[in-house]
Design a protein around this ligand. Structure first.
Ligand code: 5GP
Ligand code: ZN
Length: 113
């Protein structure tokens, strides 16, 4: 299996997993851009946001719900956090397995770079 996030989801590659269930896995980003930086991925290999068809709407909703649960767990609920999905070159995507970035623990700037 060549996809690093598929390997993390099946525990064939190491990661600090903070939450998992039958559909999703959440683990700490290897190069954190904020005091809390966690990636939430579906177990299913989906290349990116562009491949989210209508029949996968519920799965994406689940990823946002998992992010909320993890944010609570990480103490981010009161001060807030940011969720980011990058698509393709202009979006800054570097790993081609859909993931939601959960960033928190500092004030984010707007617009993003
Ligand atoms: P993207 O740029 O595709 O939106 O985000 C990919 C993220 O995955 C980056 O923040 C990067 O640091 C993280 N990442 C890449 N490879 C690994 C890895 O092997 N383990 C973990 N935990 N994070 C990774
Ligand atoms: Zn994958």
């Amino acid at each position: 299996m060549s996809c690093v996030f598929c390997r993390i989801a099946t525990r064939q590659a190491p990661a600090t997993i903070v939450y998992e269930d039958e559909r999703a896995v959440a683990f700490r980003d290897i190069a954190p851009q904020a005091p809390v930086h966690i990636l939430i991925i579906p177990r299913e290999h989906i290349t990116g946001p562009l491949d989210v068809s209508e029949d996968r709407e519920a799965l994406i909703g689940h990823l946002v719900a998992v992010a909320a649960k993890v944010a609570q767990q990480e103490g981010l609920a009161a001060d807030g956090y940011r969720l980011v999905l990058n698509q393709g070159r202009n979006g800054g995507q570097s790993v081609f397995h859909l993931h939601v970035h959960l960033l928190g623990g500092r004030r984010m700037t707007w617009p993003p770079g």
